[in-house]
Design a binder for this molecule. Sequence first.
Ligand code: BGP
Length: 472
Amino acid sequence: MLHKNITAFPENFLWGASTSAYQVEGASLEDGKGPSCQDVKEIPKGTSDLRVCADQYHRYKEDIALMAEMGFKTYRFSVSWSRILPDGTGAVNPKGIAYYNRLIDECLKYGIEPLVTMFHFDMPASLDRRGSWSNRESVDWFVNFAKILFENYGDRVKYWLTINEQNMLTLFGPTIGTLMIPEGTKNVLKETYQQNHHMLVAQAKAMALCHEMLPEAKIGPAPNISLVYPATCKPKDILAAQNFNALRNWLYLDMAVYGRYNDLVWAYLKEHDALPQFAEEDEEILKSGHPDFIGFNYYNSTTCQWSDSFEALKDSSSPLDVAGMFEGAKNPYLPVTEFNWEIDPDGFRATIREVYSRYHLPMVITENGLGAYDKLTEDGKVHDPYRIDFLRRHIEQMRLAIEDGCDMMGYCPWSAVDLISTHEGMVKRYGFIYVDRDEFNLKTLDRYRKDSFYWYKKVIASNGKDLDNCFT
Ligand code: BGP
């Protein structure tokens, strides 16, 4: 749809950016914090460990001041479960509670709304030893953690996100360093979707608890949603795209919003003897947790084609290939980043439109961004026109999606400040704020404003009207 008149972004639109605890904080075992699965996992070869990261634990004041200088209305960060509860359950760590009190208060000092993710890829290591999400008790562990967060921060935090990218955890868990499959498991698919089921139940309970304890607060899920395209207009490719969309996207949102399993996913799990086991109360619990909004991460679209037999991909370990469902395909129309991620701003608009037409809830973009090898110049500058271009084109499409009738409440690109990438280390930078360290050399850890910092400041000041790159 073409629009002649483009209206402004809504008033009170939440402009900001995101980070996650295990990637930005550092202080990984300081002040009583217990290890998380990220602290004990095997670090991908050639990349930094997660002991210091961007050292936000010690430098949060400087970081928040820089965010305030950019004009942030919100900052999306996650709480480290094992900083609050070193063993995941049991004794609370008062220094952990105090840290997030300081962080939240620092945000509020500048009028920045905290948007708090409760779980971002960092299961306490001691809970992993107790079976992680495979253990039915994980539902209670998570709800207990949620209750502690609501009790301690609910007087100031109005926006909550439950589980970051539960769909990526389920589809790519081992790559991210999470989702432990107990040794000796025979049907890995069944075990994976049982874990997924426990997360869905835990999420529903946490949402219901939030509404009960904090009637003024708003809570939503934060999956990674990207529309799956068929590789061609062959009808069989359309079926494949529907399969992948169901498995990648709609399973998570259908459950969060409507409290029921997506039919295609259910049929797929049944076919593979992988249906999750329901506890007696699950059906009711799943129906009881209504999100107030949908948060989702978008980096790129996905393309797939028909998969012809159960056998063809027997040896494939890629989650982009699911025999009898779909096979991943390359989209010839899209350029890629330095890290080979496809760039698709139109797909962003298409995804927003699709999510809105299915669920009709306000949406906040919880991640979107470009990872690149940024360079600090001798005079302390970082010229990142590629990032400005990427973000500008995505914001333009988001604005068009609003014009199309979609209800957008905020935009939080990844990431506020440079941090450690999930599996590509420190060299893959996403931030508006440059952090002076290398992969293995911690250097000064000083902060520098990138060109995109000044550009985003201008975008926010104009409430998204002025998207021009002032550096060209
Ligand atoms: C998302 C995660 C983030 C972040 C981002 C970028 O999936 O929620 O934690 O890492 O992707 O990915 P990467 O670091 O692999 O480039």
